[in-house]
Each structure stands twice: as structure tokens, then as C-alpha cells.
Design a protein around this ligand. Structure first.
Ligand SMILES: Cc1cc2nc3c(=O)[nH]c(=O)nc-3n(C[C@H](O)[C@H](O)[C@H](O)COP(=O)(O)O)c2cc1C
Length: 162
């Protein structure tokens, strides 16, 4: 991991009403920093969707609403990815949900399926409500998977250039 190009621009964009997804966003931000990255962290309401194309890596965080639905405030971002036409963009999605509901973290499932088709999806993480001690290692693995994918993408780019 030490060899990574930490100049890559990374955005972490999330939605959170009661703070669970925000708490995971904080843990992940800390892990990315520990891995040498400085993510720009945005709550969705403060993220300018026109800037999506400026990033090399975009991490999406979302809670789930309705019956497994994407929250309304995340819909525009979802559609922006569909129209972005940047299959090389490294992405990952995390979220919190409540397994009391029929579709646990349905919004994460929907983002995952879409990002898999339209981008270079590196990792998915679903957490039950507020992150607990045992979730920290899962957060760590999530970040490792993203960094690993970046290394692979970088190597692929270099091979193409030669
Ligand atoms: C009306 C309502 C519907 C919900 N529907 C789902 C659902 O379908 N699936 C799920 O996993 N969680 C569902 N949840 C739970 C939230 O996604 C969960 O509490 C989440 O951690 C909230 O995130 P936040 O604290 O970041 O706002 C629902 C919560 C509410 C209030």
C-alpha cells in the first residue's frame, strides 16, 4: 500500500438522517487517512454533482428508506453515475440499515448493482444501525479493497501506456 499514488482525488459522499451512516463515514475517512489518502467528505446536500467527474475515486454512503429504497436525496447522484460514462472510475458503496425490514440495506444493493455496471466497483459494506466494535475490521477491509483496486487500476493504466 505504501507505493500508492496518494494524489488521487477521492470523494466520500453520504446521506444520514439519524447519524448511523455518518458514523461509518467518519470511521472510513479515518481509515483512508491512515492509508495516506485525504478524502473530500460531503453530506449529499453539500455535494455539487457536477464535480463528480473531477474525482478518481468516489465512495458512496447511504441509509435505506421505505421498503428497501434509496433516500430521495441520493436519487440525483444515482442517476449521475448512470450518465457519467466513466467505467474506469473506482467506486465503493457502504450503508447502514435495520435487518428488521424485509430488504436489509436495499439502497446499498441498488447502488452496488448500478455501480458494478457503470464504474469500477471495488467494495460494498452493509452495517446494522450504529457501527459496533466488530464492524471496525470490516471498515478496514473495505478501505483495503478500495486501495487494492486503485493499485490494480494504476498498473493497468501503466501497462496500456507502454
Ligand atoms: C421509514 C423507514 C424505513 C426504513 N426502511 C428500511 C429498509 O427497507 N431496509 C433497511 O435495511 N433499513 C430501513 N430503515 C432503517 C434505516 O435505514 C436505518 O435506521 C439507518 O441506519 C438510518 O441511517 P442514518 O442513521 O444514517 O440516517 C428504515 C427506517 C425508516 C425510518
Amino acid at each position: 500500500m505504501g507505493l500508492m499514488n496518494c494524489n488521487q482525488k477521492i470523494a466520500l459522499v453520504y446521506a444520514s438522517v439519524t447519524g448511523n451512516t455518518g458514523a461509518v463515514a467518519e470511521v472510513l475517512t479515518e481509515r483512508f487517512r491512515a492509508a495516506g489518502f485525504l478524502p473530500d467528505v460531503y453530506e449529499i446536500d453539500h455535494f455539487d454533482i457536477n464535480k463528480l467527474g473531477r474525482y478518481d475515486i468516489v465512495i458512496v454512503g447511504t441509509y435505506t428508506w421505505g421498503s428497501g429504497e434509496i433516500p430521495a436525496e441520493m436519487q440525483e447522484l444515482f442517476e449521475a453515475f448512470e450518465e457519467l460514462r466513466r467505467p474506469e472510475l473506482v467506486t465503493a458503496v457502504f450503508g447502514t440499515g435495520d435487518s428488521f425490514f424485509a430488504e436489509f440495506c436495499g439502497a446499498v444493493n441498488r447502488f452496488r448493482d448500478m455501480l458494478y455496471v457503470h464504474t469500477n466497483l471495488a467494495a460494498t459494506l452493509k452495517i446494522e444501525l450504529m457501527p459496533q466494535e466488530q464492524d471496525l475490521v470490516r471498515c478496514e477491509k473495505f478501505v483495503e479493497a478500495v486501495v487494492r483496486r486503485l493499485v490494480e487500476a494504476d498498473e493497468k493504466r501503466k501497462r496500456k501506456a507502454t
